[in-house]
Design a protein around this ligand. Structure first.
Ligand code: CAA
Length: 246
């Protein structure tokens, strides 16, 4: 029976690579995009050459719990229980803490952390009832080591790890695994937006002396989502080129 995966922020740098990899793995994908992004999502879909039997686009504002509940109910009614959930969508609002606005703080916490409650809770009970599921949360090296200018982002990404360990304990008896993939600096528009001089210094500090590719991150997600990942739960898999070893 074909597996069904839901990926938030599917058209982003890492999300897109994950979607393509899981399609290759033979998994059907519900790809969510944020409010007002229908046209760019459709353009991404067309450019990737997906078919509607492979990928289904769905609008979902992951910061709105009631809206998520309604959308996820509609998705489950139409396509069945989600087997694999990938909480991938995330944003940055980098700023030194002294200057950070409440808006910059709350936007990042709402999008990167509160979304885990909004998206996961409506799907988790159904996975448990079905007797299995995989939840993979995309965190960051900066949730593990901290980063200048990212108190909001590091707090959210570290929070994802605590959430995943706690939910792994709750899901285990029903065969639902919960894991984290923690990418390092990856060649995506988010990282390419860092000021060049700052980015050069970061790359210089990475023992492997390069950014990760989105495809490398997607391979790890594919592993955790596949048969080989069945006995792994509550784990954080780092792909950071040696930038942080824990
Ligand atoms: N480490 C130490 N000191 C730093 C610093 C750093 N990384 N960055 C700036 N400072 C210093 C400045 O030199 C300045 O010192 P002085 O007052 O003595 O001159 C002081 O801190 C204050 O600097 P500013 O607030 O003026 O800093 P800024 O506005 O120039 O830059 C920043 C702040 C935008 C956060 C910048 O540091 C930056 O872009 N940092 C990188 C943040 C980062 O890595 N983001 C990752 C985005 S991608 C991502 O998040 C994906 C992922 O998961 C990895």
């Amino acid at each position: 029976m074909q597996k069904l995966a839901l990926i938030t922020g599917a058209k982003g740098g890492i999300g897109s690579a994950i979607t393509k990899q899981l399609v290759k793995d033979g998994i059907k994908i519900i790809a969510t995009y944020s409010k007002g992004q229908r046209e760019t999502a459709q353009a991404w879909f067309d450019e990737a050459g997906f078919t509607s039997t492979q990928v289904i686009l769905f609008e979902m504002d992951i910061t709105d719990s009631q809206h998520c509940r309604e959308q996820l109910f509609a998705i489950t009614e139409q396509y069945g229980v989600i087997d694999i959930l990938i909480n991938n969508a995330g944003i940055t609002r980098d700023c030194a803490f002294k200057k950070m606005s409440a808006e910059q703080w709350h936007q990042v916490i709402n999008t990167n952390l509160n979304s885990l409650f909004n998206v996961t809770q409506p799907l988790f009970a159904a996975m448990c009832e079905k007797g299995g599921g995989r939840i993979i949360n995309i965190s960051s090296v900066n949730g593990l080591k901290g980063q200048f200018g990212q108190t909001n982002y590091s707090a959210a990404k570290a929070g994802m790890i605590g959430f995943s360990k706690a939910l792994a304990l709750e899901g285990a008896r029903s065969g639902v695994t919960v894991n984290v993939v923690a990418p390092g600096y990856t060649a995506t528009p988010m990282v390419q937006a860092i000021r060049q001089e700052v980015l050069d210094n970061i790359v210089e500090s990475i023992p492997l002396k390069r950014l990760a590719t989105p495809e490398e991150i997607a391979t790890a997600v594919s592993y955790l989502a596949g048969e080989g990942g069945a006995y792994i739960t509550g784990e954080t898999l780092s792909l950071n080129g040696g930038l942080y070893m824990h």
